[in-house]
Design a binder for this molecule. Structure first.
Ligand SMILES: Nc1ncnc2c1ncn2[C@@H]1O[C@H](COP(=O)(O)OP(=O)(O)O)[C@@H](O)[C@H]1O
Ligand SMILES: Cc1ncsc1CCOP(=O)(O)O
Ligand SMILES: [Mg+2]
Length: 272
């Protein structure tokens, strides 16, 4: 790992990130973006979402508390981002849990996300929706029942089919663009006990993608910085409550040297 990190580029760019996300995560996602050095805007109304997507540097769409109103805003904003060539990230929260979620995912895939970020069960479900897998995987509500590695081949196939980057998260994260595969073995178990840690991560991925044209590198850098911040925060907090506060503090002062010292990021073959 070099002295510099894409975190620097992101902080320098201070990208405007439009986040259409669930009610549970709006606060943590906005605060995580601010702490990292990006500018969040949680704008989802169908009347303005597409117009705002033309102004924003990146769009993040999260289906956690999906409804028809949210869906209309998401679909319009995603199409606008796609047309404008802006990166957009899909977080398919709870994909596979209900028929409605699968229908929403199928419709959003038509706007070709630049990056899909989900847990193992969600990525397996998205691959099924895309016709790439027969596995009837479903999360436990919004929580994964699969490790990221279990979705490796589904993620590679999905990335190839949709010409996008797929980031599968869990104890060990996995990122692929269909040709390259990288695993990130940082993080802290307490992150599974603070709601919206994954949603806020997807927002962070949007910020990095806004500042870095290589979307694979952007996703790897975002996951790495986020997991390492979680690791450091876990060491100085007593449980989920104080972790949440410490995590925002650490995100705001994370340094390249922290990342260099702790990085457990490894490349591997896409098949095998
Ligand atoms: N068991 C774990 N051990 C260490 N870190 C974890 C663990 N589970 C999740 N994380 C961290 O939390 C991030 C969010 O992942 P995840 O829990 O998979 O998202 P979601 O909340 O959407 O299911 C991961 O990228 C990783 O950094
Ligand atoms: C609990 C919950 N219910 C609907 S969305 C949501 C938040 C999920 O957040 P994350 O996927 O980051 O755990
Ligand atoms: Mg999630």
């Amino acid at each position: 790992m070099s002295e510099t990190h894409l975190l620097d580029d992101m902080r320098r760019a201070r990208p405007l990130v439009q986040v259409i996300t669930n009610y549970v995560s709006m606060d943590l996602a906005a605060n995580a973006l601010l702490a990292l050095g990006a500018a969040p805007a949680m704008i989802h109304a169908p009347e303005e979402a597409a117009q705002f997507a033309m102004i924003a540097d990146a769009l993040v769409v999260n289906i956690g508390t999906i409804s028809e109103t949210f869906f209309k805003g998401m679909r319009a904003a995603a199409a606008a981002a796609r047309t404008a060539g802006k990166p957009w990230v899909l977080d398919p929260v709870g994909a596979g849990a209900t028929r409605y979620r699968d229908e929403v995912v199928a419709a959003l895939l038509e706007a070709r996300p630049s990056i899909i970020r989900g847990n193992g069960s969600e990525i397996l479900a998205v691959a099924r929706v895309a016709g790439l897998s027969a596995e009837a995987a479903a999360p436990k509500g919004v929580d994964s029942l699969h490790e990221a590695g279990a979705a490796k081949y589904a993620a590679v196939a999905l990335a190839r089919r949709l010409d996008c980057v797929v980031a599968v998260t869990g104890a060990v994260d996995l990122v692929t663009d269909g040709a390259r595969v990288t695993r990130i073995a940082n993080g802290a178990e307490v992150m599974t006990r603070v709601t919206a840690c994954g949603c806020a991560l997807s927002a962070a991925v949007g910020a990095f993608a806004a500042a870095t044209p290589d979307r694979f590198a952007a996703a790897v850098a975002a996951l790495e910085a986020y997991a390492i911040a979680g690791e450091i925060a876990a060491e100085t907090s007593a449980g989920p409550g104080s972790f949440r506060v410490a995590f925002l503090d650490i995100l705001s002062r994370l340094e390249n040297s922290d990342i260099a010292a702790r990085s457990k990021t490894f490349a591997e073959a896409a098949f095998g």
